[in-house]
Write a protein that binds this ligand. Structure first.
Ligand SMILES: *[C@@H]1O[C@H](CO)[C@@H](O)[C@H](O)[C@H]1NC(C)=O
Ligand SMILES: *[C@@H]1O[C@H](CO)[C@@H](O)[C@H](O)[C@H]1NC(C)=O
Ligand SMILES: *[C@@H]1O[C@H](CO)[C@@H](O)[C@H](O)[C@H]1NC(C)=O
Ligand SMILES: *[C@@H]1O[C@H](CO)[C@@H](O)[C@H](O)[C@H]1NC(C)=O
Ligand SMILES: *[C@@H]1O[C@H](CO)[C@@H](O)[C@H](O)[C@H]1NC(C)=O
Ligand SMILES: *[C@@H]1O[C@H](CO)[C@@H](O)[C@H](O)[C@H]1NC(C)=O
Ligand SMILES: *[C@@H]1O[C@H](CO)[C@@H](O)[C@H](O)[C@H]1NC(C)=O
Ligand SMILES: *[C@@H]1O[C@H](CO)[C@@H](O)[C@H](O)[C@H]1NC(C)=O
Ligand SMILES: *[C@@H]1O[C@H](CO)[C@@H](O)[C@H](O)[C@H]1NC(C)=O
Ligand SMILES: *[C@@H]1O[C@H](CO)[C@@H](O)[C@H](O)[C@H]1NC(C)=O
Length: 880
């Protein structure tokens, strides 16, 4: 749709690549271009597409719609093989949204998208999308499985950091920026995901043996106004070439076989002409229903999925369905046409590709690393600052830094999802950069770990279970039900601890219970870790100490217990494996950090705090795809207590958060400054030091609301999140994020759009001009809003001016909706004018009665401010 390549530039690029190919592997290409019009860049992409389709046999087409896991590698986690006799390359798909994933090396670990969106800078998001597309291209991919553009409905969502924001308008603008720039000039296709209403990990595809997925129950108006807009915008404004359908059900029907969703809305109403691909492994549930609903491509496939009851639905079964007439030949033709259309459109054929060809290339560049740093500087959000920041104004002689998160365990990326797993990644440790920067001002920097980090601890040594060891009882069910299969002896609890002969049949499902006695060999605070795959609950003396709800992505969950040396405490560990998508990934290892191993962890922290002028405490959580937070909105372990302890002994305290999304801050009143940096990517160190010392000013703003208490959030009931009986009821309706706080007059801890600066801003001179005539069908600009913004403080800074619209009563909308934002850079005393042009669409609501968009006549409020809770100017205008 929105994609209009510059033909001259495309011609030049194609020519360069042609020469490259001539000089290397395919000497017949020039000759082939004459007889193979699909290779001739003089033709339009659509002409090339159809000439190619007419050269394929139907068998060849049929083979393209089903992925083949056995043909996959980390290079391409979704793969459609080349067609050598037509000189056509294959299609290679890969993760993910914050960099090249799937264990590929020499790539850039960018900040998590939630931080990139916190910049509120569309140009910077475009630069990110461009770099992301370029790195995927360098690694041989043609389809980038990004961006993730689902609404962050709850901060408990394990993939919040991988997504963008709680607001559909902000998410739409950023989705367009990232999607468009991934595709433009990189010869790769973006895959916007996950369509639709995929907002939680819990039961996203269910557990064995039923694999009954959660159903999001959402009414149509809410879908149209909250959960769809970013997808619609990415398709219509950025020309997204592919869409991934979600694991979950939507209103009782699997997303990948929901014809209203895929055919009526996506393809017919929005004009999407690319392909719909399944989410991997468990999203597709049928052949005929999915094919008829509008699913175009099935990934990853492979025989071994049959064990779970997931055959190659678009393999032999699709052939059967063609044979018995339940799926038409033309539907399959359509799938293949849709698959290749975006490939031709982005010039994906006109480059040496793909997959293995690029695997060893170095995709990471200095430019991308610099960009990653800029994103942190522009996206980090200064939540609170009471006269402590910036540092280095001569008030401090000694700075103390705390937390493994500042040093060896910097939480720079989520564990899986947007994840980058690059063995060559060099993380800039914040501590190193703070030291170097402090040295310039002759400030001494002390370090104290204070908290042993959120990584896994060493396996509990067998000796701690006493001479009797552990008994393990196995069930062949996942929930300890039925007669136990056997009880055996074990020395410890490690990921290898699956039953010898049950485990011989791979893959398998089972549950097991470890029982014995734990013998503390020192008194003090013990930190326990559960790491691995599956579900696990650790009990000490009957108390639940650590709980992992069930994941297959190698996550770590922690718990603490204060124990005394010489006691004997009953220990129990319940393990459940419902599925394992990767070979050999059974089991959870239970680890421990024994106070005796670091007896002075807290005493050292207190002493360090007391000898410094200011304390900077780095804390983090460790969330991931596959698992929602099992800790509520708390930080893992006893980090909250550690912050309070340090604050109590410090002159001034700064807290730096590296979290997935919003958390609670029980210590907020006792600290002087708080910075939210989410998962900031590998270039975290220099950016952190520069921000702390004021070498660069803060300008990030929150893209989500931080609640003051768990129950004070829009999705606080279990029925809403994560649902009851596999039903998540979106009963908050349109009141997602700040809209709920506004409607119900609840004061958040930190508001959507909030973010402080080292300077100050004034917003004034609001004017609203409208030539909207609802009686005509004008698609012109409906309303223009202008406002002035002045830097009234002492230093250069950037302000994000935000425009919210209050709809007339009759529209029955939340109190205000974001409809514009602009980040403005201003020198001291400088004034700029920002201008927002609102279209009729910006002022439309979904009318269930009409079954379409409509503008409700009445009084509209135009509110301009610095956050959703800091409105500086407003004006009412009567629109009719
Ligand atoms: C590509 O098509 C154009 C237009 O038909 C034609 O002039 C040209 O020779 C073709 N190029 C090749 C390499 O066949
Ligand atoms: C899948 O790929 C493997 C390895 O390339 C191949 O042996 C197998 O025949 C393929 N399966 C199908 C159904 O094409
Ligand atoms: C990363 O790139 C360097 C330089 O080309 C290369 O020597 C190294 O083998 C690459 N590392 C990996 C793991 O591919
Ligand atoms: C046609 O074949 C498909 C695939 O095997 C099967 O699911 C479907 O039930 C069949 N339909 C009829 C009418 O036989
Ligand atoms: C730091 O200390 C050195 C040596 O005492 C001195 O020359 C320099 O001026 C000091 N720098 C600052 C910024 O105070
Ligand atoms: C755990 O038990 C196994 C089996 O006895 C043993 O090989 C391994 O060394 C033990 N690990 C630890 C950390 O004690
Ligand atoms: C235990 O499970 C194995 C594997 O399923 C099975 O062969 C065996 O009969 C079971 N034993 C008992 C006592 O249930
Ligand atoms: C293991 O089971 C045996 C047999 O029931 C029992 O005698 C022993 O005390 C148990 N050991 C532990 C550590 O619970
Ligand atoms: C969930 O299912 C159970 C068992 O079928 C039933 O007792 C319970 O009422 C259901 N809860 C809700 C909220 O539907
Ligand atoms: C900014 O304006 C104030 C008030 O007019 C003035 O005192 C100050 O010098 C100005 N600062 C700069 C950098 O121009």
């Amino acid at each position: 749709m929105g994609y209009s390549p510059d033909p001259a530039a495309r011609g030049r690029a194609a020519w360069t690549i042609l020469l490259l190919l001539l000089s290397t592997s395919i000497p017949t290409l020039a000759a082939a271009a004459e007889t193979h019009p699909w290779l001739n860049t003089s033709y339009t992409p659509e002409h090339r597409l159809h000439s190619f389709l007419s050269a394929l046999t139907f068998e060849e087409k049929l083979a393209m719609v089903q992925g083949n896991k056995s043909a996959e590698t980390n290079a391409c986690i979704g793969y459609i093989p080349p067609i050598p006799h037509l000189n056509m390359p294959g299609i290679c798909m890969g993760d993910g949204p914050e960099g090249v994933g799937n264990n590929l090396a020499n790539v850039t670990t960018f900040p998590s998208p939630i931080l990139t969106v916190s910049t509120w800078d569309t140009t910077l998001n475009e630069a990110f999308g461009d770099a992301l597309g370029a790195e995927h291209k360098a690694k041989g991919r043609n389809v980038v499985l990004a961006p993730t553009i689902n609404i962050i409905r709850s901060s408990l969502w394990g993939r919040a950091a991988e997504s963008m924001s709680e607001d559909p308008y902000l998410t739409s603008r950023m989705a367009v920026a990232v999607t468009k720039s991934i595709q433009d000039g990189n010869n790769v296709i973006a895959c916007v995901k996950h369509f639709a209403a995929y907002n939680q990990e819990t039961n996203r595809f269910g557990l064995a043996p039923e694999f009954d997925a959660v159903s999001a129950v959402v009414d149509e108006r809410v879908l149209r106004e909250v959960y769809f807009p970013a997808f619609k915008a990415a398709i219509q404004e950025a020309g997204a070439g592919s869409v991934m359908c979600a694991y979950n059900k939507l209103n009782g029907q699997h997303a990948c076989e929901n014809s209203w969703l895929l055919s009526d809305v996506l393809k017919e109403q929005w004009g999407f002409d690319g392909f719909v691909v399944t989410d991997w492994y468990f999203a597709q549930r049928s052949t005929v229903r999915a094919a008829l609903a509008g699913l175009d491509n099935s990934q990853p496939g492979g025989d071994w999925m049959e064990w779970y009851g997931f055959p190659d639905f678009f393999g032999g079964l699709l052939e059967d369905a063609l044979g018995n007439g339940s799926v038409s030949v033309s539907r399959v033709e359509d799938m293949v046409e849709r698959l290749w259309r975006p490939v031709f459109r982005v010039g994906g054929v006109d480059r040496p590709s793909s997959g293995l060809a690029g695997i060893d290339s170095v995709a990471r560049t200095q430019e991308h690393l610099d960009l990653a740093q800029t994103i942190v500087e522009e996206g980090a959000v200064l939540l609170k600052n009471e006269g402590v920041l910036p540092l280095g104004l001569g008030e401090e002689k000694v700075i103390a830094v705390f937390g493994a998160d500042a040093a060896d365990q910097a939480a720079v990326t989520e564990l899986h999802g947007g994840f980058v797993l690059d063995t060559t990644m060099v993380v800039q440790k914040p501590l190193d950069f703070i030291r170097a920067r402090a040295q310039q001002d002759n400030i001494t920097v002390l370090y104290s770990e204070a908290y042993p980090g959120t990584n896994a601890f060493p396996t509990i040594p067998s000796s701690m279970f006493g001479p009797e060891g552990l008994n393990v009882t196995y069930w062949t069910t996942t929930d300890f039900s039925g007669a136990p299969n056997r009880t055996v002896h074990a020395d410890n609890i490690t990921s290898q601890s699956y039953p010898p002969d049950i485990g011989a049949v791979w893959p398998d499902v089972f549950s097991s219970r470890y029982e014995g006695t734990f013998h503390p060999n020192a008194s003090g605070r013990y930190h326990f870790s559960l790491s691995g795959n599956g579900g696990g609950s650790l009990y000490l003396g009957g108390r639940l100490v650590a709980d992992m709800a069930g994941s297959n992505f190698g996550v770590v969950v922690q718990g603490v217990a204060d124990l005394e040396s010489g006691t004997a405490i009953p220990i129990r560990f319940d393990y459940s494996m419902g599925y394992s998508v990767d070979p050999g990934t059974y089991g959870i290892t239970v680890g421990v950090n024994i106070p005796a191993q670091n007896p002075s962890l807290y005493e050292h922290a207190v002493a360090t705090a007391q000898s410094a002028d200011v304390s900077i405490v780095f804390v983090n959580d460790a969330h991931t795809e596959g698992l929602d937070s099992s800790l509520g909105l708390r930080l893992p372990g006893d980090q909250d207590e550690v912050i309070s302890l340090i604050a109590q002994h410090s002159k001034k305290t700064i807290v730096v958060l590296n979290t997935n999304a919003a958390i609670l801050m029980p210590w907020l009143d006792n600290v002087d400054a708080v910075i939210e940096m989410f998962y900031p990517g590998q270039q975290v160190g220099s950016a952190t030091a520069r921000l702390l010392f004021g070498d660069v000013n803060f300008s990030g703003k929150l893209p989500i609301t931080f609640p003051a208490a768990s129950e004070e959030s829009p999705t606080a009931s279990v029925a809403q999140f994560p649902g009851v009986n596999l039903t998540a009821t979106y009963s908050e309706g349109l009141y997602v994020g700040y809209k709920w706080y506004d409607e119900f007059d609840v004061t958040p801890l930190f508001a959507f759009g909030h973010g402080l600066s080292y300077t100050g801003f004034a917003i004034g001179d609001l004017s609203v001009y409208s030539d909207l005539d609802l009686r005509s069908d004008s698609t012109q600009v409906a309303v223009t809003v202008t406002a002035s913004v002045t830097n009234t403080g002492p230093v250069f800074g950037k302000e994000v001016v935000q425009l919210y619209v209050r709809f007339p009563e009759a529209a029955d909308e939340p109190p205000k909706l974001l409809r514009g934002f602009e980040k403005v850079a201003l020198d001291v005393n400088e004034t700029a004018t920002v201008r927002f042009d609102l279209s009729q669409e910006d002022l439309s609501i979904w009318s269930t009665e009409v079954g379409g968009w409509t503008v409700v006549p009445g009084v509209y409020g135009f509110l301009v401010g610095s956050s959703s809770r800091d409105i500086k100017r407003q004006m009412n205008v009567w629109l009719r």
